[in-house]
Design a protein around this ligand. Sequence first.
Ligand SMILES: [Zn+2]
Length: 91
Amino acid sequence: MATYEYRCADCGRFEVHLPIGSAPTVCDCPECHRAARRVFSSPHLTRVPPTLSAALSREEQSQEAPEVVTSLPPRQRRRPAHPAVSRLPRP
Ligand SMILES: [Zn+2]
């Protein structure tokens, strides 16, 4: 099955799931039942994960207006090591 996209002049775009290669050029609109023409669009290749999108946005912003640091960041508390780590041989 493949997803095909159609555009109704009155209701807008809608998707139809049909076997590959069987999509007609005109399909009935599910709302107004008028003929809707098939449209071609990119197959969900433009979806970017939110974390990657945020990283790309920060990178782009840092090119023009990098964040300026005026002081050292606060010291972070180190997590205590696992008790088994202290028993490991030291070099
Ligand atoms: Zn319609």
